[in-house]
Design a protein around this ligand. Structure first.
Ligand code: MSP
Length: 560
């Protein structure tokens, strides 16, 4: 049985169209999903939209539309955008769908029955213009006036349903601080600094209201109380479960979800969500419910050195995203997001100059240039066909190596220093690249992709060191040239497999030129690949035509 892997993104508010922040988290999730499929895992990847927010109602009203009409338009925009960016989600959440609403009501009813959700009174400072409560500290800060319209806040009491969050304090702390497991499943929050933040907050947590009144019918009613609507955050968090709560999909949930989010919504995911799941698991008929294995909270994109804002004109909206794709190609955008993005705890700057530099340095000069060199030399010296590697030995013997990483490292360091190849070097570099992509604890893409690119630059170094273009001047040395070119082509083939999750379009093009049918193999195997096999040395068949073609990543010259 293949491993299962379940990865999710936040579901995004549909008060507006998607922007780079939404595209970012979804792209990272897509790279992870693709990586796991490539490695042969059985993957479920979920993204979608969160519809029942008050701001959706407001935005619809401004346009003279019903909330549903406005949500429909924006949901379509999210769906289309993701499709255009080659996102391979397996389903798309819309919280206004019956299949979601019905399940949420079932979960809430079970929690009401068990007593973890109870009716109570909520009292607080209410901003009537905004239809929302303001926290005590915010109210004090603003002098008990609305921060939006300056009108006095009112002290208001209303009936609400509450979730007994405080009852789960100790259990959550044990899970997070001691790394303990419940039903064989641990629960982790990463990066470490974010986990520490959340631990201090959990120590002080109280019960939370989970319903509101006056939503005008936009939302999911509390079972048995038509006046109250389930609070949009509770409704939204449940999406991770509602969409896989079917007999066929439950095994994905049980494999331990990986929730990718940003730091802005950590509290909901790292405290309220696991507590609700612990509560639900105690209810009759829900003993199969376990915890997610990881909540990973990345940081934020800023733009051209400042917080993104429409008024500053630095907002990376859909039009901007389209422009980048039109100029540099989709794979370049995905590569930039994956390697320069805010994984970890510092924000990243989306700046045009940085984009161009990344594109030219890594993609045009390294990957594209290396592929062109290999293809051109093969056509010039070897009739445009994969040479036979058995023609001649170079200064090392291929049998001594397990992967091309060994070969590349040996080519660079070994021949200069006499370093011995038999030390499982590929475990150091090749597997590091692979495992940092897949390790659910810290999905360190920046690092994994850095290794993959380093491997390609090693091919370049190998070409410099072995100098086939010089050897080719002597007809007696042509067999040796063949061996070198074979090694290069084989090396870039393996690198292309490691780079496919982030640049599927260009890597599939490279596969076509190298005569590899991996895309077809994946398609006929339910989307699953065989990375272990495909990163082995020696799979390219001598004699296979390698047609020349346009540069994969033409160098970008900014217009004067
Ligand atoms: N609807 C809630 C989430 C419910 S999940 C059960 C919500 N939606 S949102 O539309 O505001 O999206 C927030 C998410 O969008 C962030 O957590 C992050 O994934 C992404 N980003 C939004 N702005 C971002 C940046 N500037 N940079 C990086 N990611 C950002 O909150």
């Amino acid at each position: 049985m293949p491993n299962r892997f379940y990865v999710t993104t936040p579901i995004y508010y549909v008060n507006d169209r998607p922007h780079i922040g939404h595209v970012y988290t979804t792209t990272i999730a897509d790279v992870l999903a693709r990586y796991h499929r490539l490695a042969g895992d059985d993957v479920f990847f979920l993204t979608g939209v969160d519809e029942h927010a008050a701001k959706v109602v407001d935005a619809a009203k401004e346009r003279g539309l019903t909330p549903q009409q406005w949500a429909d338009q924006n949901a379509a925009s999210f769906r289309d955008t993701f499709a255009k960016l080659a996102i391979t989600n397996d389903d798309f959440v819309r919280t206004s769908e019956d299949r979601h609403k019905k399940k949420v009501q079932e979960y809430v009813a079970a929690l009401m029955k068990s007593g973890d959700i109870y009716a109570g009174q909520y009292e607080g400072w209410y901003d009537a213009g905004q239809e929302e409560y303001v926290t005590d500290s915010k109210a004090q800060e603003s002098g008990f006036k609305s921060p939006i319209n300056g009108k006095p806040l009112v002290r208001k009491t209303e009936k609400n349903y509450f979730f007994k969050l405080s009852a789960y304090r100790e259990q959550l702390l044990t899970l997070l601080e001691k790394g303990e497991k419940i039903n064989d499943q641990g629960f982790d929050v990463q990066p470490e600094a974010r986990k520490n933040e959340i631990i201090s907050r959990i120590r002080e947590m109280n019960d939370v209201p989970i319903s509101r009144t006056g939503s005008g019918g936009w939302g999911i009613p509390v079972p048995g109380d038509a006046e109250q609507t389930i609070y949009v955050w509770i409704d939204a968090l449940f999406n991770y479960l509602t969409y896989v709560d079917t007999p066929e999909r439950r095994p994905y949930w049980q494999s331990g979800a990986v929730h990718l989010i940003a730091k802005d919504i950590l509290w909901f995911h790292a405290a309220i969500w696991p507590a609700m799941l612990l509560a639900l698991a105690k209810c009759e008929g829900y003993d199969w419910v376990n915890l997610p294995k990881l909540v990973y909270a990345h940081s934020f994109w800023i733009s051209e050195g400042q917080k993104m804002s429409k008024s500053l004109g630095n907002f990376i909206d859909l039009e901007k995203i389209d422009q980048y794709v039109a100029t540099f190609g989709l794979d370049a955008l995905r590569y930039f997001l994956a390697t320069q993005g805010p994984l970890g705890t510092t924000d990243s700057d989306f700046a045009e100059a940085k984009f161009i530099e990344t594109y030219n340095t890594d993609l045009a000069n390294v990957v594209g240039n290396c592929a062109s060199r290999i293809i051109n030399m093969t056509s010039r010296y070897w009739g445009g066909k994969v040479p036979s590697s058995a023609n001649a030995s170079t200064d090392f013997n291929l049998e001594d190596f397990e992967t091309f990483v060994d070969v590349a490292l040996y080519a660079i360091f070994g021949s200069r220093t006499g370093w011995e190849p038999k030390g499982n070097v590929h475990k150091m570099v090749g597997l590091l690249a692979v495992s940092s992509l897949s390790d659910s604890k810290t999905p360190n893409l920046n690092c994994a992709l850095h290794y993959a690119i380093t491997l390609v630059s090693m091919i370049d170094e190998y070409i410099e060191i072995t100098a086939p273009f010089k050897l080719a001047k002597d007809p007696a040395k042509l067999p040796e040239v063949g061996t070198i070119l074979y090694n290069c082509a084989e090396a870039i083939r393996v690198a292309s497999a490691l780079l496919w999750p982030v640049m599927p379009g260009k890597m599939e093009e490279l596969w076509r030129r190298l005569g590899c049918d991996y895309a077809q193999q994946m398609q006929s195997n339910g989307g699953r690949g065989n990375l272990d096999e495909w990163t082995k040395w020696g799979l390219l068949q001598p004699g296979t035509p390698i047609p020349a073609g346009d540069a994969l990543f033409p160098r970008y010259q900014p217009p004067k």
